[in-house]
Design a binder for this molecule. Structure first.
Ligand SMILES: Cc1cc2nc3c(=O)[nH]c(=O)nc-3n(C[C@H](O)[C@H](O)[C@H](O)COP(=O)(O)OP(=O)(O)OC[C@H]3O[C@@H](n4cnc5c(N)ncnc54)[C@H](O)[C@@H]3O)c2cc1C
Length: 528
């Protein structure tokens, strides 16, 4: 049987959901196809033994987008605060607006008294970027306002904001060098530079990396978890007449005849299609026969560029159920923490030493790997999420669920799998993560652990089909094969194929939740 639709959206992550909802809202005959049993992709929540966890993003970055999205589509969801704590060794700083930057400077100067001037220079750079962020994210994004985007119809204050916005965008476009280079210009103390930057993806553009201090104030947590927000989007699509088909993987695209096929052999005919999965997959499964000559040439050139590049680093996450009350944790931190147990920093552990390990992989023994892993855990920076500190319903009474994660290399993970060490390795990581927080931020936690389990870059690859288990699309190392200038974001959703648009973390760089929402919205507008 062939299903016919005006618009088919492939992928039910936040980009696909935003696109499908925007279209259903306008009365389009839209079908959203998702390969997993549930929607959300890298934004979801799940429950284990009465504890609620987020498998993907631990919270939402509002970015002038999420709240307007909720308002525009009248989603009935309560938004809770999501305060961030920054911690290094025993210094904990609960971020509370812009003024916290000065306190952060004090913490750093205390930890690195020999580098006070360097700290000042770095803090000044972050401060300047925060001023730009106020313009960029401080106002609800016009993509979700109901007004027409004709500048002449906009009220003067919005026009003034637009001018400021454009100036800011220009400044940002000038700050696209790797943050490591920028830090090298500001400081020589390697440990200090590590502490500032070791939880960012390699070669992250300086604007994006240093803007994170501003984003700490912009996180929000939906009551019921990130998954509850996703469910509201799903419900809203269905309520507006949109159709959802889960457990359906698209494995074939016939670009000439505008036809899709799923893994079970069902066929779908579209007038327009929005692809939100991995772009490598789109360009690989698309049959290009019969395309007009120029389109075909363009398609093959784009395909070559896309297949040649790789995804950014991935994440290793450890999930714990702990027999300790939320109060134990509340006394130390908020429910969302970026924590470094040792001021020394990673140095070359995650760069040269990792490369060394991979280069002589065939001769690496398990003990070599575990020795590297121990150092990696001791000096790393961890993102720690404690849902129950934001939403009291997230854990059984008197108990606490915790997620501890850090950036992790996909290649290393897949080689560990090839050697048959995967399950043992995961347990080892769990033990080390627990030992690390237990001997630092949350003393003696290890005695109260009820259960632990973990996900790796491989789990992310398996769940959403993301190349290299990437959570934010393309690696910043090498030439990025998609749009990476804010000025051209509008064109990022175009593919080389007729009536096929793309959205999500692979179509624009740098990416993340906000980019996925924005491109989902832009792609939907192209399909009206
Ligand atoms: C641990 C973690 C922490 C994060 N923290 C942050 C953060 O703090 N800030 C931030 O901005 N971002 C963060 N992110 C990243 C953010 O969650 C993602 O970038 C964003 O959710 C991507 O949305 P997407 O819709 O583009 O892609 P995805 O969420 O990957 O959705 C794509 C969907 O398409 C489906 N699909 C793929 N191929 C097919 C096919 N052939 N047929 C049918 N369906 C298909 C997949 O199953 C998936 O559901 C984090 C992610 C993780 C994992």
């Amino acid at each position: 049987m062939v299903t016919r639709k005006d618009v088919i959206v492939v992928g039910g992550g936040i980009a696909g959901l935003t696109a499908a909802l925007s279209l259903a809202h306008k009365g389009k005959n839209v079908l959203l196809i998702e390969k997993n049993e549930d929607c959300g992709g890298l934004m979801n929540s799940f429950e284990r033994d009465g504890f609620r966890f987020e498998a993907g993003a631990r919270a939402l970055v509002n970015a002038g987008l999420v709240k307007p999205l909720i308002k525009t589509f009248a989603l009935d969801i309560e938004i809770l605060p999501n305060p961030i704590t920054l911690g290094i060794e025993d210094r904990m700083l609960k971020i509370d607006g812009e003024q916290s930057l000065c306190l952060y400077a004090d913490v750093l100067k205390d930890l690195y008294p020999e580098s006070k001037d360097e700290v000042s220079r770095i803090i000044q750079a972050i401060h300047e970027i925060m001023q730009n962020m106020k313009v960029l994210y401080g106002v609800d994004n016009p993509l979700f306002t109901k007004k027409k985007r004709n500048v002449l119809t906009l009220v003067p204050s919005v026009v003034a904001w637009m001018l400021k916005f454009l100036r800011t965008m220009y400044r940002i476009s000038q700050m696209d060098t790797p943050f490591e280079d920028h830090l090298d210009d500001l400081a020589t103390n390697q440990s200090l530079k590590d502490i500032i930057g070791q939880h960012f993806f390699r070669n992250t553009p300086v604007f994006f990396a240093l803007s994170y201090f501003a984003l700490y104030n912009d996180y929000i947590y939906p009551k019921g978890g990130v998954g509850a927000f996703i469910q509201k989007l799903v419900d809203a699509i269905v309520a507006r007449g949109g159709e959802l088909r889960n457990k359906t993987e698209i494995v074939y695209v016939d670009a000439k005849n505008k036809m899709l096929k799923d893994a079970a052999g069902n066929e779908y005919q579209y007038s327009k299609m929005i692809w939100t999965g991995d772009l490598k997959a789109l360009y690989t499964i698309t049959r290009d026969a019969g395309l007009e000559r120029r389109t075909l040439k363009n398609f093959r050139t784009r395909k070559q560029a896309i297949l040649a590049h790789k995804g950014a680093e991935s994440v290793f996450s450890v999930f714990l159920g702990v027999d300790l009350p939320p109060q134990f944790f509340r006394e130390k931190t908020s429910g969302h923490v970026f924590y470094t147990p040792n001021r020394r920093g990673l140095g070359t552990v995650h760069t040269t030493e990792l490369q060394g390990l991979l280069q002589c992989w065939d001769t690496v023994q398990k003990e070599d790997l575990y020795a590297w892993l121990e150092t990696f855990c001791r000096y790393n920076t961890f993102e720690i999420s404690i849902p129950v500190l934001r939403d009291p319903d997230a854990a059984p009474p008197g108990k606490t669920g915790i997620i501890i994660s850090t950036l992790f290399d996909y290649t290393l993970t897949s080689r560990i799998r090839d050697r048959g060490w995967y399950e043992e390795f995961k347990k080892r990581v769990e033990e080390l993560f627990i030992a690390t927080v237990s001997s630092s931020i949350y003393p003696n936690l290890e005695d109260q652990v009820l259960f632990s389990f973990s996900t790796s870059p491989w789990s992310i690859y398996e769940r959403v089909g993301s190349s290299e288990g990437s959570i934010v699309g393309w690696s910043f190392e090498g030439k990025i094969p998609v749009v990476s200038s804010m000025f051209n974001m509008g064109s990022s959703v175009e593919t080389a194929l007729p009536d096929i648009y793309a959205a999500g973390k692979w179509v624009y760089s740098p990416a993340g939740g906000p980019t996925a929402i924005m491109t989902g919205r832009i792609a939907a507008k192209q399909c009206k």
